[in-house]
Design a protein around this ligand. Structure first.
Ligand code: SAM
Length: 340
């Protein structure tokens, strides 16, 4: 069970809960983020969000989709089928980053590193080796086993990997990837405060070339595709909204458009195990196949020969494990998928 909970001190949760409680009813209106694009000319029009929400809801009921997770006590059961918490609301993140920004201005603090700096460093060095090995055509079991000579040869190629970090927060993951040799780096977050903080930190720490944009992944305005898409804790947060199961479908829909064919998606989660993420992708693939089959059949066309959008590649095996309820698990799971 990678799934204990998103790391936040209980006292902090209580404080934020009080601060955010009055805003929760009117939240989930992401128009602020949508209106606040810094570089509007780079982005084009997107599908109407209500339509996408309706499509996802329809797909959800058709597939009788159920999010299987090992949820913890800081989540509030909404209807017995799903769980939610304040971490699923943008108002929570806006309040959090407003605090973190003032901490940064007053004390120079970078703010919280989700899952801790060890996990962040593991994710980045593992991803670097994965990209090098993947480019060399090695199978997953070779990941990390490439000789140092080969690594030296291919490290410079890391600069060719375009990287997107979804829900970048303070952007420290991108700074770490820059230290590992990645160069073309973009971070998005729907909270303007997060983007403000990430930009300030990147400038202060000597990474002025990292791009940061206010963007909601569920209605992204990004037009380009990326060879490597990273997510640390964002799918977790999205899944904690009361409409989490629907939003997760919208998430996969957006992400499958952002990862370039042959590119990689690396998700780090504390709310889903590696197996649950792999199963979610397989459900997504099945749903895609059956809806395109229905379309083809209704139009009396050839059966589809589309490949499913993602296939499992590898996962981090080095996280410490523990026993809970008779099963072995780790607090965090990091899983890589290839875009077909
Ligand atoms: C658990 S935090 C992780 C932050 C960062 N990835 C890290 O590892 O430190 C989740 C982040 O996702 C962002 N987020 C949540 N939903 C989002 C959405 N729909 N679009 C973009 N960002 C989102 C939040 O603002 C927050 O910064």
């Amino acid at each position: 069970m990678a799934g204990m909970k998103l790391t936040m001190e209980e006292s902090e949760v209580t404080l934020v809960r009080q601060a955010a409680a009055s805003e929760l009813m009117s939240d989930d209106d992401r128009s602020v983020a949508a209106d606040s694009w810094s570089i509007k000319s780079e982005y084009g029009s997107t599908l109407d969000e209500e339509q996408r929400h309706a499509d996802a809801a329809e797909a959800l009921s058709a597939a009788s989709y159920r999010v299987t997770s090992d949820y913890s006590s800081d989540k509030e059961d909404q209807d017995g089928d799903g769980v939610s918490s304040i971490l699923g609301f943008q108002s929570h993140w806006d309040a959090t980053y407003a605090d973190e920004l003032s901490n940064f201005r007053e004390h120079g603090h970078a703010g919280e590193i989700w899952f801790g700096s060890d996990v962040m460093e593991t994710v980045c060095s593992w991803t670097k080796n994965l990209c090098i090995d993947f480019a060399l055509g090695h199978s997953p079991n070779h990941v990390g086993n490439t000789s140092s000579d080969q690594v030296g040869l291919h490290e410079k190629d890391l600069s060719k990997w375009s990287v997107l970090d979804i829900g970048t927060g303070n952007g420290l993951l991108l700074q770490e990837l820059a230290r590992q040799g990645f160069y073309d780096l973009t971070g998005i977050d729907y909270s303007e405060g997060a983007i403000d903080l990430a930009r300030n930190l990147a400038d202060r720490d000597g990474f002025p070339d990292i791009r940061f944009l206010v963007d909601d992944i569920l209605e992204t305005k990004l037009q380009r595709k990326f060879l490597l898409v990273m997510d640390k804790g964002t799918l977790d947060a999205i899944g904690l909204h009361p409409d989490g199961p629907i939003k997760r479908i919208m998430y996969w829909d957006s992400v499958s458009k952002l990862v370039a064919p042959g590119g990689l998606l690396v998700i780090t989660s504390c709310n889903n195990t590696k197996d649950e993420l792999v199963e979610e992708v397989s459900t997504l693939n099945q749903r895609r196949n059956s809806s395109s089959q229905e379309l083809e059949m209704s139009q009396e066309l050839e059966p589809p020969r589309d490949l499913p959008p993602f296939r499992y590649l590898d996962h981090v095996r080095s996280y410490p494990t523990f026993m809970f309820g008779g099963s072995v698990g780790s607090r965090v799971a990091t899983v890589a998928f290839v875009k077909n």
